[in-house]
Design a protein around this ligand. Structure first.
Ligand SMILES: CC(C)(COP(=O)(O)OP(=O)(O)OC[C@H]1O[C@@H](n2cnc3c(N)ncnc32)[C@H](O)[C@@H]1OP(=O)(O)O)[C@@H](O)C(=O)NCCC(=O)NCCS
Length: 452
């Protein structure tokens, strides 16, 4: 597997398909500020954002240069230096049940200019990136989606969910454990100096989280443009445990919605321990003069309501699919994680794009580690009898599923039984589904807490 995705050339099949439509597909030189700026502005335009300021471009240029940054250019348009489509990718470290780490081809900045939509550009880019990732030996691709209707056609499926959480502060009475440490207000730069280390530990606790990059913290802490209104409005605080070790960071803003109605908006929340989680939430919830506290992209399995006398002080909204997973190599993907129980299951996987199809035997030991082999012999059509090598028998518990559903269940956030009820997974018996539920269960509810 290659670690440096930036160096890989663009996929030749997609380049040829785009060239047939008069378009040029290529890599952006991320050491060339002007080329990067044109790409960055195209990305922002694609997402209907305002034109980027030089300050933001400088920050992105400094922070995102490590990514494989690709574009599509139309040399016939007046402003031909600005790409008509963008994608950026990098090899992220995805936390999988165990917890363990799986390398994953993170796909971001997928845009096609409004002038060039619906002529197959996104398809060429998405398929091209999958071929590149597969050839590089990366077992998974991941993304967060602006719409739920775009990515299933490429073999992705939602594997985690998020919710927006809003707390009515006037109803808050903390009844949870008393935090053992202390919260300190710190300047954003000081929070920034410790957050990477805390975050590296925090993201390893929960399947579905990915390693962070520095620019994302700068954004959350208002450090990209500290003198802007937003930059100045952000407050940062650190949680130190009883031994004085930093275990959590929050960043938040107070927004006056109308006179005497103030909402505390959580911009960033990192907690490496349960104690830090409690300490930071207690601090946020006990702010005077605040009407409500709102946090986005929270886990659907958040313990917060259980820490309050009135659990209904917490309201959930915007419950949505969030991390989408696409399996490229079922053996490496499955073997990267620990499973919830011992057992044996066969998976008959179909993949319209041809990367991950086949029949796989999943054997999980008592310690939850898996050994996965490709089953070379399939039952004779019609009879169900084992083929030449006798590797498969009628008695084998088997799930039949598209590669999308393998991605959906991989992290343990979506139960095979639920997908079967929706007609998306087939099994010969309820026992097989119950076994699959037990095997794929994760130690914590999977959750990704950032958009990328
Ligand atoms: C989404 C987007 C990238 C699609 O680009 P595009 O070049 O028009 O897409 P294509 O022409 O390659 O279409 C590929 C397929 O996706 C479908 N599709 C494209 N956009 C879609 C959308 N927004 N919703 C549902 N389906 C969509 C097409 O119908 C086509 O289907 P088919 O090939 O199975 O028949 C583009 O509309 C865009 O930039 N949107 C705004 C930014 C955005 O939301 N990006 C996604 C970030 S996660």
């Amino acid at each position: 597997m290659t670690a440096d995705a930036r160096l890989l050339p663009v996929d030749t099949e997609s380049a040829a398909a785009l060239a047939a439509g008069g378009l040029r597909y290529g890599l952006v030189d991320t050491t060339d500020r002007a080329a990067f700026a044109a790409w960055d502005q195209a990305d922002a335009r694609g997402f209907h954002e305002s034109r980027l300021s030089d300050t933001t471009i400088d920050a992105n240029f400094a922070n995102l240069a490590y990514r494989r940054t690709t574009g599509v250019w139309d040399d016939t348009i007046p402003d031909a230096a600005v790409p008509v489509a963008t994608v950026s990718t990098w090899v992220a470290e995805l936390t999988v049940p165990g917890p363990a780490i799986a390398p994953a081809w993170a796909v971001s900045s997928v845009t096609v200019a409004a002038t060039h939509r619906r002529r197959g550009i996104a398809r060429a880019l998405m398929e091209g990136e999958l071929r590149t990732a597969h050839a590089a030996g990366v077992p998974l691709a991941i993304l967060t989606a602006s719409e739920a209707t775009i990515y299933s056609r490429y073999g992705y499926a939602p594997a985690t969910s998020v919710a927006t959480l809003e707390v009515d502060r006037r109803r808050v009475e903390w009844t949870g454990p008393t935090p053992q440490g202390r919260v300190h207000f710190v300047e954003a730069a000081s929070a920034r100096a410790v957050v990477e280390e805390i975050s590296a530990r925090a993201v390893r606790r929960t399947p579905g989280e990915i390693d962070r990059w520095g620019g994302r913290f700068d954004q959350h802490f208002g450090l990209i443009d500290p003198d802007s209104d937003r930059g100045r409005s952000i407050r940062t605080a650190r949680y130190d445990d009883a031994d004085g070790t930093a275990q959590g960071i929050v960043a938040f803003r107070l927004v006056e919605q109308e006179p005497d109605v103030v909402r505390l908006e959580v911009e960033h929340f990192t907690a490496a321990t349960d104690d830090a989680y409690n300490g930071l939430w207690k601090f946020l919830l006990e702010h005077d003069l605040v009407t409500s506290i709102r946090a986005r992209h929270r886990s659907i399995d958040e313990p917060l309501p259980l820490l309050l006398a009135d659990s209904r002080a917490v309201r959930w909204s915007e419950v949505e699919d969030f991390l989408w997973v696409r399996v490229l190599d079922p053996i490496a993907a499955l073997e990267s994680r620990r499973f919830g129980a011992a057992g044996r299951l066969e998976l008959e996987v179909t993949d319209a794009l041809g990367f991950a199809g086949g029949r796989f035997s999943l054997e999980v030991g008592a310690d939850g580690s898996a050994s996965v082999t490709r089953v070379t012999s399939v039952p004779d059509a019609g009879t169900g009898a084992a083929g030449a090598t006798g590797a498969t028998t009628e008695a084998t518990a088997t799930l039949t599923l598209a590669v999308n559903q393998l991605g959906a269940i991989l992290l343990g956030g979506i139960r095979p039984t639920v997908l079967a009820a929706a007609g998306l997974i087939a099994a010969e018996s309820l026992e097989t589904l119950a076994l699959a539920d037990r095997l794929f269960a994760a130690e914590r509810t999977p959750h990704l807490s950032i958009v990328f």
